[in-house]
Design a protein around this ligand. Structure first.
Ligand code: A3P
Length: 325
């Protein structure tokens, strides 16, 4: 009996099964045979049970901060390399393996706060994310936040500009969103990154291909901004967490910031940093008209999707789909 050396054999295997080139991590604790060989120093009971998936610029940081104030919920430990977001499922961190991810959810977390959660706003539109997330966290609750996709695109453009993105600083918002396929590649790439995440129905369908609609909670980001306590009230019911917290007592509107912030006593507030709730000029009328048309088929599909899964159509979506303005 003859066989090729191990490396050659592996090469041959992956030629035959290219779909297996990238790993797909499952939960080692789900199978008794795995648990038996899983080292005593390893754990998996603290894997997140809630994922906030974004998309970016919809109020995901505010939601993350509000969730972290709840005594039954614990966010991941901070990551020195990716700031507060772990971005495990959507990029090369996934290839660092399960150990890397688990280190942000150490075993002692489960003593006082049974439910761990994670927020990475790029999960929403990451190609591989729903499949990878489901393979590891099939019972997780998934939270998406949506605002008008036009507003999201504009906020994202302002965000990337203030981070010094050379292309965004070279082109106006209108030039970016109206760039056609003969435009220079960096401009087309920026346009896609700016506009694509706003095609909400497309990405939600991908999540719904993996998770049941009962596991998916969709937050109206405009409401989160104007009535965060009401949004957090509904969210606590969806998450079935106790004690039930009255966020009216935890959050306070800060007129200077123009947003709700954490109430920290003596009439003081702790707000999110300058990069959340930026001040910039209103969107030009022509950009707003262009985006309204651009997103109409996507918004129509979103409206149908929401009705199909028994959700309320948010006011911003009705406004975006109305013929006025
Ligand atoms: P702008 O900075 O464009 O106003 P994300 O955290 O997903 O990046 O979203 C940032 C957006 O969250 C901000 O966009 C802001 O409008 C919105 N937001 C909602 N509630 C907020 C709050 N309480 N504090 C600050 N920003 C909030």
């Amino acid at each position: 009996l003859a066989s090729a050396p191990p490396l050659a054999l592996a090469d041959k295997y992956f030629q035959l099964r290219p779909d297996e080139l990238n790993p797909l991590w499952g939960n080692p604790c789900d199978d008794i045979r795995h648990r038996r060989i899983w080292s005593k120093s390893k754990w998996c009971g603290t894997l997140p049970r809630v994922l906030v998936i974004g998309p970016q610029k919809t109020g995901s940081t505010a939601l993350y901060t509000f969730l972290a104030m709840h005594p039954a919920l614990a966010p991941n430990l901070p990551s020195p390399s990716t700031y507060e977001e772990l971005q495990f499922f959507n990029n090369n961190n996934y290839l660092k393996g399960l150990d890397w991810y688990l280190n942000f959810f150490p075993p002692n977390m489960s003593n006082s706060t049974p439910i761990t959660f994670e927020k990475s706003a790029t999960y929403f539109d990451g190609d591989l994310v729903p499949r990878r997330a489901h393979a590891l966290l099939p019972n997780a609750k998934i939270i998406a936040i949506l605002i008008s996709p036009s507003k999201r695109a504009y906020s994202w453009y302002q965000h990337i500009r203030s981070h010094g993105d050379a292309v965004a600083n070279n082109y106006t918002f209108h030039t970016v969103i109206t760039a056609n396929d003969s435009a220079p590649k960096p401009l087309r790439d920026l346009r896609n990154r700016c506009l694509n995440p706003g095609k909400y129905s497309h990405y939600l369908e991908r999540w719904l291909a993996e998770y049941s609609s009962h596991q998916l909670h969709i937050i109206d980001g405009s409401l989160l901004r104007s009535e965060p306590a009401a949004v957090m009230n509904t969210l606590q019911k969806f998450l079935k967490i106790s004690p039930h917290i009255d966020y009216n007592k935890l959050l306070k509107y800060d007129p200077k910031k123009g947003f709700f912030c954490q109430a920290v006593g003596n009439d003081r507030t702790k707000c999110l940093g300058k990069s959340k709730g930026r001040i910039y000029p209103p969107m030009e009328e022509r950009s707003s008209k262009f985006l309204k048309r651009y997103y109409t088929p996507h918004n129509t599909a979103l409206s149908k999707l929401l009705v199909r899964i028994g959700r309320t159509v948010p006011q911003w979506l009705k406004d975006d789909l109305s013929s006025n303005g």
